[in-house]
Design a protein around this ligand. Sequence first.
Ligand SMILES: Cc1ncc(COP(=O)(O)O)c(C=O)c1O
Length: 392
Amino acid sequence: MDAITATQTYLVQAYQRPPFVLEDGHGVWLRDTAGRDYLDLVAGIAVNALGYGDPELVAALQAAAEKPLHFSNLYHSQPMATLAQRLVELTPFADRVHFQNSGAEANEAAIKFARKWAREQYGEGKSDIVTFSGAFHGRTMGALAATPRPKYQDPFRPLMPGVRLAPFNDPAAAAATIDDGVCAVIVEPVQGEGGVHPASNEFLLALRELTHAHNALLILDEVQCGVGRTGQFWAHESYGILPDLLTAAKPLANGLPIGVALASERVAAAIHPGDHGTTFAGGPFVTAVADVVTRRVADPAFLTQVRETGAYFKERLQEINSPHIREVRGRGLMLGVQLDIETGPLIQRGFAAGLLLLNAGPDVLRLLPPLIISRAEVDIAIERLSALFADL
Ligand SMILES: Cc1ncc(COP(=O)(O)O)c(C=O)c1O
């Protein structure tokens, strides 16, 4: 049976997919089974940082595949230890890491760590989590409770209790919401799914001060904006604040499932053997690959290139002459184009024009290309996007 018919017949219909089948890729390009090429401005939703077919990554995958893929967290492994050390050394506030399999799971870990820490320090009753409008932290029940969107939450109620909601980028509202009953505040430095909205400096600073004042932890969700996406290794580096917990996932292994919660020593000290775990996470195969990705992305020259190409892409997007473009925003290669129309038709027409595009909400076009995209490839993207806008 062909892939499209079999997908429609045998998969739970939780996704809508366009009518072609991807099978190959090189650099920032993907090819379908009919031989059509697509310039990829999605990167598997901010995952494929090094694009497709990177020779060093392929060699690392092949070498790791010769060894056991998995032997569980019951035993030591060098690749896991090496990656943990690299991540801690790249993250000034962090002393320890706990590996997961996805972004949602990393946030589950962070929420559990915060509750456990608060319980050990202050006893019961300090267990609330504060989240913000527009946030996306994942689809598992804990992360979902902190993802305040009726479409995602309502069908699955009752949600995990103990979550408070405040408006994003509103320091005064945050001050009115955070009190001594709060164990942690979770926030994305740049909201992704919510429409590519960077947090303001004063907002993140206020959250840091408020969490200090009320003995609560600050959790930064860098699942989408972290690991080089904004042109810094961590998006929060430009804000001059340090969190207590940070979660990352998507690009860490360029497509293999991985998540991580990074914690300061005082938080990590609350977690003891048996408190939290998962069978697959931190396996030797995935961590060996993630170590290569992390090392490559953390290279200052690589990050400079992301900043420069991102600035160029933003500038060129601003030049597109369309009455439907209201604003171009974002950092590095995490860009959002605010439209006054729905993105759906543009994304659909993009397929025919050889462009993979993504939305963030109904009216924001979200551009998350592989971080290796060149200026020449940005020019191709702009040429194709301009034609799409002209046809609208
Ligand atoms: C900021 C943020 N947090 C968490 C998640 C959930 O990650 P995952 O889909 O790997 O569970 C996402 C996914 O889009 C995300 O953008």
